[in-house]
Design a protein. Structure first.
Length: 255
């Protein structure tokens, strides 16, 4: 039986003063098994990214708690890696130097840093761009560097906040394929926030659809399509229609 990796219990998040503020999340419960690829969809402002930031330890919940391996999250931890929509690379460092930054912080010996960085440059098809600076790389290449910088530190959990949203459709699809390949090899636990129905179905084992603010879970769907997935297939289209219907019904719902 797969053990629980992440458990969110009665999560509440309010911004601002009581009575005048905004409730982003209201009593949200979520359990994520180890090794699962979970995508989170929902209307803008429903608390998707807020939930991710609480899981990362970058935000404090107003109420409730999140546990990783049964331990209460009280702040950031090395077992959790976060990837943002913005590439957030150091412009003065090359691709290689950006990727190995976390290893430097850990004071890993230079020879090991080099070997591990070379491995991730190869995995991300960046070998010939190892000595290029971010401004010399395309957006897709920059995000490959950011993904490699995250994964080289070997976190158990990947928290990804719309990491491909700023990319063109073709690059987004290619990076999605790369991410699935890496995930299948490592079976890390992934929480992936997206606004794209197609991206969510293509990537995930399981799909959570949230209500409009205050965010709660509206639907919890198992995505059991065989991999690699074909967005033109009948089964994919059936799921696309169902997920789109659920999101539209939430967006159009009245208070």
């Amino acid at each position: 039986m797969t053990r629980v990796k992440i458990a969110a219990e009665k999560i509440v998040k309010r911004f601002g003063l009581v009575g005048d503020g905004v409730t982003a999340l209201d009593g949200l419960d979520l359990t994520v098994p180890e090794g699962q690829f979970l995508c989170i969809l929902g209307p803008s402002g429903c608390g998707k990214s807020t939930l991710l930031f609480i899981a990362a330890g970058l935000e404090k919940a107003t109420g409730g708690a999140i546990y990783v391996d049964g331990k209460l999250i009280t702040g950031p931890g090395r077992e959790r890696g976060m990837l943002f929509q913005q590439f957030a690379l150091f412009p003065w460092r090359t691709a290689r130097q950006n990727i190995e930054f976390g290893l430097e912080i850990q004071k890993i010996y230079r020879e090991e840093r080099w070997a591990r960085t070379q491995r991730w440059l190869k995995i991300m098809h960046l070998e010939e761009f190892a000595d290029s600076f971010p401004h010399q790389l395309s957006g897709g290449m920059q995000q490959r560097v950011a993904i490699a910088r995250l994964l080289i530190n070997d976190p158990d959990i990947l928290l990804m906040d719309e990491p491909f949203a700023a990319l063109d459709a073709q690059t987004r699809a290619l990076l999605g394929e790369e991410l699935v390949r890496v995930w299948q090899e490592s079976r890390r636990t992934v929480l992936f926030v997206t606004h794209s129905v197609d991206e969510a179905i293509f990537l995930s084992d399981r799909l959570i659809i949230m209500t409009k603010r205050p965010g709660r879970i509206k639907a919890d769907l198992v995505i059991d399509l065989p991999r690699p997935r074909d967005p033109a297939s009948d089964d994919f289209n059936i799921l696309r229609r169902e997920v789109t219907r659920l999101i539209r019904s939430e967006v159009s719902a009245t208070d």
